[in-house]
Design a protein around this ligand. Structure first.
Ligand code: COA
Length: 220
C-alpha cells in the first residue's frame, strides 16, 4: 500500500475523511489517482466538504477537483477557568437525541450525519441544547469540540462554552477548520484565553460555509 483515500456519502453530501501518500512517494501522481477514485464514489452528490491540511500538494489537488479553498483557523491553548460563564439550557445527550442532531444538520449544512453520531459517541460526550429559540449539539472530546452544529449563534456559543468548561484544568484544548464565517466561535475561544493560528482550508463544492458549524476533520 502506498496511499489511501477514504470518502463518505451522507444524504447528497460527499466528504473526504482521510487522504495520504507515503512521504517518499508524494508528488508523483498517486494522490491524483486516489482522489479521482474517491470523488467517483460521490457520483450524484452535488455538495462536497473536505477539512484540508496546510500541505500545498493537498490544496492543489482539491482546487483542481473544483473545490473552493476557504482559509481556516485553529484555536488552541489552556482554558482560562476564571472567565467560564454559567451556561444554562445545555444538557448531556443520548442516542434518543440523534433525530434532533440530524434535523439540525439538515438545516445548517443540508445533510444529516446519521451513522457518524453513533461512532463519535463511542469516544465523545454529546451535549444538546433544544429550546424554543434554537437547537444544536456538540460532540466533545476532552473539552475540545469534535463536531458542533446549531440553528443559532447563541445556541452554538453556549454549547462551545460548555464544551470548553469540560476540559481538565491543566489540559490544552484545540479545534480547527474554523473559517471567518464562524466568528462566534473565534470570539468564544479568544474570550476563553485560547490562541488563534492559521491552519489549512475548509474546502467546499457547491455550498457556502455552513454556520454556525464546527466540522469534524474526519466526518466533515
Ligand atoms: C496530499 C497528498 C495525499 C497528495 O498526494 P500526492 O501523491 O503527493 O499528489 P500528486 O502527486 O497527485 O499531486 C500533487 C500536486 O502538487 C504538486 N506538488 C508536488 N510537490 C509540491 C510542493 N512541494 N509544493 C506545491 N506543490 C507540489 C505536484 O506537481 C502535483 O500537482 P500537478 O498534478 O498539478 O502537477 C500527499 O501529498 C500527502 O500525503 N501529503 C501529506 C498528508 C496530507 O496533508 N494529506 C491531506 C490531508 S487533508
Amino acid at each position: 500500500m502506498v496511499g489511501i483515500a477514504l470518502a463518505l456519502r451522507r444524504e447528497g453530501m460527499w466528504g473526504l475523511s482521510a487522504y495520504g501518500v507515503l512521504p517518499g512517494l508524494q508528488g508523483s501522481g498517486i494522490g491524483k489517482a486516489l482522489l479521482e477514485a474517491a470523488i467517483g464514489y460521490g457520483t450524484g452528490c452535488l455538495r462536497g466538504m473536505i477539512c484540508s491540511s496546510h500541505d500545498p500538494r493537498a490544496a492543489r489537488r482539491y482546487r483542481a477537483a473544483g473545490f473552493t479553498l476557504h482559509p481556516a483557523m485553529e484555536l488552541s491553548g489552556l482554558v482560562d477557568r476564571s472567565v467560564l460563564p454559567l451556561v444554562d439550557g445545555v444538557r448531556e445527550g443520548s442516542s434518543a437525541d440523534l433525530d434532533l442532531c440530524d434535523s439540525v444538520d439538515r438545516q445548517v449544512r443540508g445533510a444529516g450525519h446519521t451513522p457518524d453520531h453513533e461512532f463519535l459517541m463511542e469516544f465523545s460526550e454529546l451535549l444538546v441544547c433544544d429550546q424554543l429559540t434554537g437547537s444544536g449539539y456538540c460532540h466533545v472530546v476532552d473539552g475540545s469540540p469534535a463536531l458542533l452544529s446549531a440553528t443559532s449563534r447563541r445556541v452554538a456559543s453556549r454549547l462551545l462554552w460548555e464544551a470548553l468548561a469540560r476540559s481538565a484544568p491543566a489540559a490544552s484544548v484545540s479545534f480547527g477548520d474554523v473559517t471567518a464565517e464562524q466568528e462566534w466561535a473565534v470570539d468564544v475561544a479568544l474570550a476563553a484565553g485560547l490562541s488563534v493560528y492559521n491552519e489549512g482550508y475548509l474546502c467546499l463544492r457547491h455550498m457556502r460555509p455552513p454556520t454556525p458549524y464546527l466540522p469534524s476533520a474526519h466526518f466533515m
